[in-house]
Design a protein around this ligand. Structure first.
Ligand code: FE
Ligand code: FE
Length: 254
């Protein structure tokens, strides 16, 4: 639940102020280099052990627990969809950005498109009026700088753990996670799109399939208090260790 004058509100004020079109372009150029370090996906997952997401009003668990919980919910519902389970496990690993000293408003929180008008369904929309893109002439209207139905892959989305992990997956060729799952990861925080109903004018036909995939995934990506009895057992750890080793057999560049 989102309330005014809370930590979560403060978080979004800063995110909305900082993340302009040119700022995000720069972040993507910087992180596309993958010159930070080399590590396995398992190692990256373990780095989330102490990290608690400041943007989520309903969460007070370390992120690695959230990773296993999401994966386990998928495994219960879809026991044979291994790649989707693995996507559940790794979808938030881009939060290792914290380890590189990124501030939280460049790592977590709902995302939104830059380069066109901000739809009012964005959480704490009012604070976007402080974003220097808000009144820029070229970014006005529901298309802004884009062509109708240009496809979501061609628009600039605010920077965070989604886009970062997508960059890592796209630019490392020594793994086996298919594009479909990379796209789920890339757009899972784009709530104004997948849940708010915005940005239909930017979608191409195949983006509707991607929307179904993201919504399907989203039902398992919840921080639900019902799961407080969740126990991370050795069986669970070993099951996912095998999946990680199969799809990510080698260290990746980050
Ligand atoms: Fe996430
Ligand atoms: Fe998540």
């Amino acid at each position: 639940e989102y309330k005014e004058n809370t930590k979560v509100h403060q978080f979004y004020k800063e995110q909305h102020l900082i993340q302009t079109y040119s700022y995000v372009k720069q972040k993507i150029v910087n992180y596309s280099k993958l010159d930070k370090l080399e590590m396995t996906m398992s190692k990256a997952l373990s780095l989330l052990d102490e990290f608690i997401d400041p943007s989520d009003p309903d969460l007070d668990l370390p992120n690695s627990i959230h990773a296993y919980q999401t994966a386990e919910r998928i495994r219960k519902a879809r026991p044979l969809q291994y790649e989707l389970q693995l996507t559940g496990l790794i979808h938030d690993i881009g939060k290792v950005l914290f380890k590189f000293g990124e501030k939280s408003c460049n790592v977590v929180g709902d995302t939104f498109v830059l380069g066109c008008a901000f739809p009012e369904c964005i959480v704490f929309y009012d604070s976007l009026k402080e974003n220097s893109d808000f009144n820029k002439e070229e970014f006005q209207g529901e298309l802004g700088i884009y062509e109708k139905n240009c496809g979501l892959e061609n628009v600039l989305v605010s920077f965070g753990h989604d886009e970062y992990l997508y960059l890592v997956l796209k630019n490392n060729s020594n793994h086996f996670l298919q594009k479909k799952y990379q796209n789920i990861i890339r757009f899972h925080s784009l709530y104004p799109w997948h849940t708010g109903g915005a940005y239909r004018q930017l979608m191409k036909d195949s983006d509707y399939k991607m929307l179904d995939d993201v919504l399907d995934f989203n039902q398992y990506d919840l921080y639900s208090k019902e799961d407080t009895d969740f126990k991370l057992t050795n069986e669970i750890k070993e099951y996912y260790k095998r999946l990680l080793d199969k799809y990510f057999p080698e260290p990746l560049k980050w």
